[in-house]
Design a protein. Structure first.
Length: 365
């Protein structure tokens, strides 16, 4: 079982929403579309579903050209950010509705509804109507109805975005379990890099209607092919600074220099962009093994257990993640530090030249 897009594009009112795209998804895989708002995630999912027809290219399902097939003739189910349930039906009947359309027997319908209800913890509310249950339960009901169809392709367009933190965390754990149990192709759209890593599987990073990279989630995170992918797969966005490589050292705009890692000494002498994530920008009085820079604090954001600091240094704005709740004063001078071992190196064309020589960790580590 596979879904293959070949040269698929979408243009609406003269504006390109999806540039020519090639991607192949296989049975039993979780595939996350990661990108900011308006990157093209929903447009791409609508093409996969058959809700929209591509302006160029073809879509294949199990090697059959389904480009012109209607959505109702495809083996798909879709769950939206704005979940939809039939308000006059009970939870049971909502889940059962696609099975009844498939002319399943009463026994088959009941068995599948009970299976989905158990999987999504809905058994105790099967006799209630959507208005009588919580938002998280309504979303799980919509997901159960989609999964009950036993389709080959399940599309989920930011299904957790409107739920509170606790419900999001619960469902983020449940979704990979659902995926493993179904054996379908899952496609899940999100704007959040951390959610992408939690879900696992494969990641396609999107930017302005283009897939910039597709592969194993952790591999893409650790080895973004270019600056754009690195920005998409970092929250907050990756920090950057221009450096000059001269022999065995790199030189920063403020005149400071530091020795290169041994594996980078043979890089051509040239200007590079180095990038590093927020949790690798250090602050404090004891920053052993780092190169320090003078910075001016622009703003702080308290996250509950950590603090994001926004600073200006060398005409760049950087964001750092500092453990604990920090009582910094806006406008104060700070020392910030960077260990070059944690940096990604990008060439003038924006392509990745070298990734950190060790595991750079996940967001927040």
């Amino acid at each position: 079982m596979s879904l293959r897009l070949e040269g698929v594009s979408k243009i609406t009112n003269g504006e390109t929403h999806i540039y020519p795209t090639d991607i192949e998804l296989h049975k039993g895989t979780m595939n996350v579309l990661l990108g900011p708002t308006s990157a093209g995630k929903t447009s791409l999912m609508r093409l996969m579903a058959g809700l929209d027809k591509p302006d160029t290219g073809k879509i294949y399902w199990e090697d059959q050209d389904v480009t012109k097939h209607r959505v109702q003739d495809r083996d798909i189910a879709m769950v939206y950010q704005q979940f939809v349930n039939y308000p006059s039906m009970t939870v049971y009947d909502n889940i059962a509705s696609p099975l009844k359309l498939q002319k399943k027997s009463a026994a088959e319908v009941d068995a599948k509804v009970q299976e989905m209800a158990d999987l999504l913890q809905l058994t105790s509310i099967l006799d209630r109507k959507p208005a009588e249950i919580s938002g998280g339960q309504q979303q799980r009901c919509a997901m159960a109805r989609a999964l009950a169809k036993d389709v080959g392709l399940v599309l989920m367009d930011e299904p957790l975005a409107n739920l509170d933190y606790k419900l999001r965390e619960e469902l983020r754990v449940e979704i990979p379990r659902l995926f493993e149990a179904s054996g379908s192709i899952f496609v899940y759209a999100t704007t959040e890099p951390e959610e992408t890593l939690l879900l696992g599987g494969n990641t396609a990073t999107l930017w302005e209607g283009r897939i910039t990279q597709f592969g194993n989630a952790m591999d893409v995170y650790r080895g973004p092919v270019d600056e754009t992918t690195a920005r998409v797969y970092s929250d907050p966005p990756m920090n950057f600074i221009s450096v000059a490589k001269e022999g065995a050292v790199i030189r920063f705009p403020d005149g400071q220099s530091t020795k290169l890692r041994d594996d980078l000494v043979n890089l051509p002498d040239a200007d590079y962009q180095i990038g590093f994530r927020a949790h690798h920008l250090e602050t404090g009085d004891n920053m052993d093994g780092v190169i320090e820079f003078d910075a001016n604090l622009i703003v702080t954001e308290l996250t509950g257990s950590d603090t994001f600091v926004h600073v200006d240094t060398m005409n760049e704005r950087w964001i750092g993640l500092v453990p604990g709740l920090q009582d910094f004063a806006v406008g104060q001078n700070l020392k910030v530090g960077l260990n070059p071992a944690n940096a990604f190196y990008f060439g003038k064309d924006g392509k990745l030249v070298a990734a950190p020589s060790h595991d750079p960790g996940k967001p927040g580590e």
